[in-house]
Design a protein around this ligand. Structure first.
Ligand code: 5GP
Ligand code: ZN
Length: 116
């Protein structure tokens, strides 16, 4: 999709630190990491958000979750990690190309979400 930064990353038009790619997905380091390990796995096909998926997207979503653990381990988070899918205005999504954040490192992360 035009004007989508993650589509441009998939196409190589914007540089990224790629960690994995196959026919259906692309994984790359977050430009602004919040933990020692922080990368994103995205479908190559543009989907706006988790609120926009249909059953047709289920295989690629399953594939993303199926590879997350191996990639997290490869990146230095072998004892677990956190996946986050920010969705829409309420979920504070900034980039409207569906992405699964994978966050971890050698030490336990802060607990989930701080109460405001
Ligand atoms: P969201 O808030 O939509 O879940 O997260 C978007 C993420 O994309 C943010 O963590 C942000 O740091 C990351 N990001 C935004 N632009 C770029 C970019 O051009 N390259 C990379 N590698 N990450 C980006
Ligand atoms: Zn896109």
């Amino acid at each position: 999709m035009e004007d989508c930064i993650f589509c441009k990353i998939v196409a190589g038009k914007i540089p990224s630190k790629k960690i994995y790619e196959d026919e259906h997905v692309f994984a790359f380091h977050d430009i602004n990491p919040v933990a020692p390990v922080h990368f994103m796995i995205i479908p190559k096909k543009h989907v706006d958000s988790l609120a926009h998926v249909t059953d047709k997207d289920a295989p690629v979503l399953g594939h993303i979750l199926a590879i997350a653990g191996r990639l997290a381990s490869d990146q230095g988070s072998p004892e677990g990690f956190r996946t986050i899918v920010n969705t829409g205005r309420i979920g504070r999504q900034d980039v409207y190309h569906l992405h699964v954040h994978v966050i971890g490192g050698p030490n336990p992360l802060p607990r989930m979400i701080a109460k405001e």
